[in-house]
Ligand binder design. Structure first.
Ligand code: PLP
Length: 229
């Protein structure tokens, strides 16, 4: 499908989901997941007005950021290995995938050394078996607060999750609902508004995510079509 058409259809679905639950579309930020998508197509998306793109490989983020307009907001959404922090920390507006205390310490060390602050979300593993990454919900709270207190070069802004791969919509809905509850709990323990981002919802579940309070949806397939790798 043509990108412009796909984008319009996506916006309409976002709007419809917002309307069902009385939310405002301006409260939902769209991150176009451009992993495996070439810079020519990203440029087309840019020309349609999209400014937030998500990459899951550190070098791809660095390379694409170097080739594309400087006003793009790059989001890192993949598992981050400590030796690749250097590609991501200087370029990403938001790291969605902070998934361990060790990674947080490594990012913090890098940031201190380079006099940087990064914004990040803690990735919570709400599905157990499906995703290898993300902190179990039981640990997320403690580590979130510890990072908040001890690693000031990381500004934790909220939570991210990937819902389980299932056709059972009630399972997906419960997952998102639990993440929102955790986010509200954390937000109440730090200065208000600091942890207000909920990155949840992908092509197959973003409407449920919006109904359950998502503030950031990460969409690849619905915009760019099925990935080849
Ligand atoms: C690939 C990916 C997405 C986008 O998935 P689609 O189903 O193509 O919309 C979102 N979030 C993460 C973390 C991803 O890796």
């Amino acid at each position: 499908m043509e990108l412009a058409k796909a984008y319009n259809q996506l916006l309409q679905r976002v709007q419809a989901a917002c309307k069902r639950v009385g939310r405002n579309t301006s409260d939902i930020r769209l991150v176009a997941v451009s992993k495996t998508v070439g810079t020519d197509i990203i440029r087309q998306a840019y020309e349609l007005g999209i400014r937030d793109f998500g990459e899951n490989r550190a070098q791809d983020l660095r390379d694409k950021a170097g080739l594309l307009p400087g006003d793009i907001n790059w989001h890192f959404i993949g598992h981050l290995q400590t030796n690749k922090i250097k590609y991501v920390a200087p370029k990403a507006v938001l790291i969605h995938s902070l998934d361990s205390w060790e990674l947080a310490c490594a990012i913090s060390d890098y940031c201190k050394k380079h006099n940087l602050t990064v914004q990040a979300l803690m990735q919570v593993n709400t599905s157990g078996e499906v995703s290898k990454y993300g902190l179990p919900a039981e640990q997320a709270e403690e580590i979130f607060l510890r990072i908040y207190k001890e690693l000031p070069n990381i500004r934790l802004r909220g939570l991210m999750t990937m819902a389980p791969l299932t056709e059972d919509k009630s399972v997906i809905r419960q997952t998102f609902r639990k993440l929102k509850q955790l986010q509200e709990k954390l937000d109440s323990q730090v200065p208000t508004g600091n942890a207000d981002i909920l990155s949840m919802g992908m092509t197959h579940d973003f409407e449920i995510a919006i109904e359950e309070g998502s503030t950031m949806i990460r969409i690849g397939t619905a915009l760019f079509g099925t990935r080849r790798r």
